[in-house]
Design a protein around this ligand. Structure first.
Ligand SMILES: NC(=O)c1ccc[n+]([C@@H]2O[C@H](COP(=O)([O-])OP(=O)(O)OC[C@H]3O[C@@H](n4cnc5c(N)ncnc54)[C@H](OP(=O)(O)O)[C@@H]3O)[C@@H](O)[C@H]2O)c1
Length: 290
């Protein structure tokens, strides 16, 4: 069992850190808003710290799950940042969905301090984090990956090394390209079924056993038909992810016309007040005929 620090007890991190504690690791936690720390310690009984640096001191592994590039820099760098507290040979595992650029930058800064760095974004959402069944895509040096796998395994059903620093984030971008297109397709399919006067629920049940089957279809068609979006993965987060994807595509030359369009549709959902709605809310733009 390892000495592990966890920084960022949000929707995802709270549950991931909980699985580490339940597996028997010794867990040291930090969260910017202190209320989340007491909530976590009441439930799991780990040790609370006032800065990322203090949480990281003495930890063999430091796991991070914050919002975006700027948040990652805020918790890793500077006098109170995690890097300042980490001992040579320890490993930073970043579960934030961030850019590949920031992953490469942090990996370089970590190497200068003789630390390991892995970019390890996750897929599987809140439900996956609660169940400890996340899919984890990892970039960074293999030697650090091999050491971190048994710890990451506490909350994963699938872990894969994808290549050098930044490769985990690039793989997460592939995931988000798939998800955006799938959800827009599903929204249009449900909308069409309703306009055609079909039993949309029945249509989904029968096609879910055929070639159109997907996780989104299985888990989201019902709430999409009900117009219930008050849960899940927020549109604001998805727009952050798609902006990272489109920036990367502008650099590597990939053509993503559908992804760019879906990003604009999400901007419309935000304008409707749906920034915190689940990403399946794309259907809310499509009005049923009267
Ligand atoms: N939710 C999902 O379904 C899901 C699925 C896959 C991947 N992700 C990714 O996982 C990451 C976390 O998502 P989440 O849903 O857990 O988000 P969340 O609930 O909003 O939590 C964000 C966490 O980051 C902390 N944080 C943000 N900015 C910070 C800063 N500048 N300094 C220190 N701490 C900061 C927050 O602290 P406070 O409590 O103080 O705000 C909170 O602990 C994101 O990159 C997201 O894209 C999310």
């Amino acid at each position: 069992m390892a000495e592990v620090a966890f920084i960022g007890l949000g929707v995802m991190g709270f549950n991931m850190a909980g699985h580490l504690a339940c597996e028997g690791h010794s867990v040291r936690v930090y969260n910017r808003t202190p209320g989340r720390i007491s909530l976590w310690c009441d439930e799991f009984g780990g040790d609370a710290f006032a800065t990322p640096r203090e949480a990281a001191e003495g930890a063999e592994f430091v796991m991070v799950c914050v919002g975006n590039d700027a948040d990652l820099r805020a918790v890793l760098l500077g006098e109170d940042g995690a890097f300042a507290g980490m001992a040579p040979g320890s490993i930073l595992v970043d579960h934030t969905t961030a850019s590949a650029d920031v992953a490469r930058e942090m990996a370089t800064l970590a190497a200068e301090r003789e630390l390991g760095f892995l970019d390890a974004p996750v897929s599987g959402g809140q439900a996956g984090a609660e169940a400890g069944m996340l899919s984890v895509m990892v970039g960074g040096e293999r030697v650090f990956y091999d050491r971190a796998v048994p710890v990451i395994d506490s909350y994963a059903k699938m872990i894969r090394h994808m290549g050098p620093a930044g490769s985990g984030q690039l793989t997460k971008m592939v995931n988000q390209i798939c998800v955006g297109g799938l959800l827009q397709g599903l929204a249009e399919a449900l909308h069409f079924a309703q306009c055609a006067g079909l039993n949309a629920q029945g249509a989904m049940e029968v096609i879910s056993k055929g070639a159109a089957q997907s996780w989104q279809l299985e888990h989201r068609h019902q709430t999409m038909l009900e117009g219930n979006f008050d849960f899940g993965f927020a549109v604001d987060w998805m727009r952050k992810d798609l902006s990272i994807v489109l920036d990367e595509a502008a650099r590597n030359g990939a053509q993503l016309p559908v992804t760019a369009l879906v990003d604009q549709f999400y901007a419309e959902v935000q304008a409707m007040g749906g920034g915190r709605w689940d990403t399946s809310s794309l259907i809310a733009r499509l009005k049923k005929p009267a």
